[in-house]
Design a protein around this ligand. Structure first.
Ligand code: BMA
Length: 328
């Protein structure tokens, strides 16, 4: 392994399959996809765009479950092997001192990250429109909700796994109240996970490519010797709607709004049946990775067609080689 991965322990028990013989794909799919079917709960319409983390030698997660009323809810889940998941049928109920903030209307697209001494969850939370909700937990039983990080409208709030220059750090994607036909990634800092400022522009869409309409953060960035490795989604508008693909970039370690490199080709795009057919066709939407820092193996969890959770594999070296050899 060429790249050093910092800040996370080795994780030899993540799901893994070798790149199929003869394949030159940068990212290859799990042969038994999807890992979570849409009807895993009796009342689930779809389960997708979900976040998983290592937990007590096993795995835990916060999953997006849209129910058959078509309400968007967040549910805790646990797994021994990160493949077979048990999802709590009860949606998360956040502890919150302020009823105005804690009045849950909807939540979706969670990300989960361990920072210092606790797990933090960020998600798209309704407060007079979509914005970034924040909560922390120690045990995936009790979740303590904070103030929303930003004013509406905002989505895809993704925390960094450590303080940067003494501050908590997050990327987000200011949006509109609907299906937002624009979107750049911005960086913000906070001394306390309450007040957010020092907003900086990171990057925007790229014309004439798979990401020409809008982009947004994906899984929690990985700290490497080459910079923060960021997997993100990008959207193009076709004659039959949006197409969501995933790409990869490297951000400066101390000034993450400075882009070191940004691969031109996508690393994953909708092309299997479960990515092209579902409630929203042609969507791959990564929200989490599991990384074995000893080998650089990466398991990428992504929502497919807004219907199921799927899994794909790559290595940190493969992604960084792509950025170094073929960047904007
Ligand atoms: C985005 C979000 C995601 C969804 C995607 C494709 O705006 O709503 O949850 O996966 O659209 O529908």
């Amino acid at each position: 392994m060429k790249t050093k991965i910092n800040g996370i322990p080795p994780l030899p028990n993540i799901p893994w399959q070798d790149r199929p013989a003869g394949s030159s794909e940068i990212v290859w799919r799990y042969s038994n996809n999807p890992v979570v079917p849409r009807d895993i709960l009796p009342f689930s319409n779809s389960v997708f765009n979900s976040a998983v983390v290592p937990y007590n030698g096993e795995f835990a997660g916060v999953f997006r479950v849209d129910n058959t009323i078509r309400q968007m809810r967040l549910h805790r889940a646990f797994s021994r092997d990160a493949l077979k998941w048990t999802i709590d049928p009860q949606p998360l109920q956040f502890e919150c001192d302020d009823p105005e903030v804690g009045n849950f209307v909807y939540g979706y697209d969670p990300r989960v990250v361990w920072i210092e001494d606790r797990y933090w969850v960020s998600w798209c939370n309704y407060y007079h429109g979509p914005t970034i909700g924040l909560a922390w937990t120690l045990d995936f039983k009790v979740f303590h909700q904070h103030e929303n990080a930003f004013l509406p409208f905002n989505r895809n709030g993704v925390l960094f796994p450590r303080r940067i220059n003494g501050h908590y750090a997050m990327i987000s994607r200011p949006s509109d109240s609907g299906h937002t036909p624009f979107g750049d990634i911005f960086y913000s800092e906070s001394p306390d996970m309450h007040y957010w400022g020092n907003h900086r522009w990171v990057m925007g869409p790229k014309g004439d490519s798979w990401q020409y309409t809008k982009i947004g953060g994906g899984p929690v960035p990985l700290e490497t010797s080459e910079g923060w490795l960021l997997i993100y989604h990008g959207v193009l508008q076709s004659c039959s709607g949006y197409v969501y693909s995933a790409g990869v970039a490297l951000l400066d370690l101390e000034k993450p709004w400075k882009v070191i490199g940004r691969a031109k080709p996508y690393i994953l795009n909708p092309r299997t049946l479960y990515e092209c057919v579902g409630d929203v066709p042609n969507v791959v939407f990564p929200c989490a990775t599991l990384c074995d820092s000893a080998t650089g193996r990466l398991a990428i969890y992504y929502g497919a067609a807004d219907t199921v959770v799927a899994l794909a594999f790559t290595t940190v070296d493969d992604l960084i080689d792509l950025i170094k050899s073929n960047s904007w």
